[in-house]
Write a protein that binds this ligand. Structure first.
Ligand code: FES
Ligand code: FES
Length: 78
């Protein structure tokens, strides 16, 4: 499996409204931390997640988390 790009070695802390989202797993999206379709032609696919209420989330920016799409602190070891 090839390595994803790491747009930033820190999470994206953002408040999101209830709804469905697609987190970019490949690191190539210009609309981080969300998928913009740039993964086409790679082995990566986005990770869908859903929120039932407005919530503050920390989405992984390094793309190496073991708890996708959320930051699990792995960025500190890169
Ligand atoms: Fe990265 Fe779609 S652009 S997963
Ligand atoms: Fe990727 Fe924290 S930003 S694990």
């Amino acid at each position: 499996m090839s390595e994803p790009l790491s747009p930033q070695k820190a999470p994206y802390g953002i408040e999101l409204e209830a709804g469905k989202y697609w987190w970019c797993a490949c690191g190539r999206s210009a609309k981080q931390p969300f998928c913009d379709g740039s993964h086409k032609g790679t082995e990566f696919t986005p990770v869908a997640f859903e929120l039932t209420e407005t919530k503050q989330v920390w989405l992984c920016g390094c793309k190496h988390t073991h708890n996708r799409p959320f930051c699990d602190g792995t960025h500190a070891k890169l």
